[in-house]
Design a protein around this ligand. Structure first.
Ligand SMILES: Nc1ncnc2c1ncn2[C@@H]1O[C@H](COP(=O)(O)OP(=O)(O)OP(=O)(O)O)[C@@H](O)[C@H]1O
Length: 291
């Protein structure tokens, strides 16, 4: 999808929050949005997700299956957590059985299964955030927009959301996120954008800087080590879009393993995507050292 000349202001004469935003958001990419408080990150994410419309410019080719976790989630809803998720799953096009299964699975993954029958209004802040995140993952979205979605989650649920993000990207979805913690998915973003003074500018992500893309006259580029991952036994073909765009070497005569070679900065994300797709990791080699 793409944002073309997008601008947003509130009210007829309000100050412009964003102006002349041009953004390419290709399928199968993880995109981080940075910026100091009040610069317009949430405004940008709402427009990307389609819950807010630009004042000027246009958004094209937004995937039909889009999910969004807002910075503030409405908690005082007249449902139990489980019923709310089933309801949201149905709205997102799932049948009743799939919606119930998805609700149960995601509550389980985030460690909140015991709250399926708790009223939303009675959930703790952290559990309510787990429901907010679960509703976005229920229907395998092709565009996932996360506005500080990790805030309030416990350590296990944060790791689970990291894994879910990698799975969605490996499945070909676009994931756009804001998070105040610079270590969140560090080194895994395919693109990093900064919102400042009403404009959105691309910053070179650290992994690209390590791989040698110039980011500034005084920055010294060091080559990124390559990791070779030998895999076998997947239940189907390799996923179409894999983190880090690895070089894939099919097994030769007498071999059973397919070998994927990728920059070390992408190896964790690639391993997670391969495991999520039920591939077996035979061995892993970094610059001649077998692990
Ligand atoms: N509904 C609204 N009406 C008027 N002004 C608004 C509205 N929503 C946002 N703004 C203003 O737009 C600007 C950008 O807000 P936004 O929430 O997008 O920033 P942000 O970068 O996400 O901030 P934070 O990091 O604090 O979450 C702010 O000046 C804010 O006051």
């Amino acid at each position: 999808m793409r944002l073309e000349h997008v601008g947003r202001r509130h009210g007829l004469r309000g100050p412009w929050v964003l102006r002349e935003v041009r953004l390419d958001l290709p399928a199968g990419t993880l995109v981080r949005v940075l910026g100091t408080n009040g610069t317009g990150k949430s405004t940008l994410l709402r427009i990307v997700a389609g819950v807010d419309a630009p004042t000027e410019g246009r958004v094209t080719d937004r995937p039909a299956r889009t999910a969004y976790v807002p910075e503030r989630f409405p908690v005082a809803l007249p449902f139990t957590a489980g019923d709310y998720l089933v309801h949201l799953g149905r709205i997102q096009g799932l049948g009743p059985a799939a919606a119930r299964a998805g609700a149960g699975e995601w509550l389980e993954r985030f460690g909140a299964a015991e709250h399926a029958r708790t009223d939303m209004a009675e959930l703790s802040k952290g559990t309510s955030q787990k429901v907010a995140v679960a509703q976005a993952l229920l229907a395998d979205p092709d565009l996932l927009v996360l506005d500080e979605a990790w805030t309030g989650l416990d350590t296990g649920a944060r790791a689970e959301l990291d894994a879910a993000v990698r799975e969605r990207r490996a499945a070909g979805a676009t994931v756009v996120f804001v998070d105040h913690d610079p270590r969140r998915l560090a080194g895994e973003a395919d693109a990093v954008y900064e919102v400042a003074s009403g404009r959105v500018r691309e910053k070179a992500p650290p992994e690209r800087a390590r791989a040698g893309t110039p980011t500034g006259a005084d920055e010294e580029a060091t080559p990124c080590p390559r990791v070779r991952i030998a895999v076998s036994g997947g239940r189907g073909p390799l996923p179409g879009r894999l983190p880090g765009a690895p070089v894939v070497t099919e097994p030769g005569p007498g071999d059973t393993a397919t070998v994927l070679t990728v920059d070390a900065a992408h190896s964790d994300a690639l391993l997670a995507a391969l495991l999520a797709a039920s591939w077996h990791i035979d061995h892993l080699t970094t610059e001649g050292v077998r692990v």
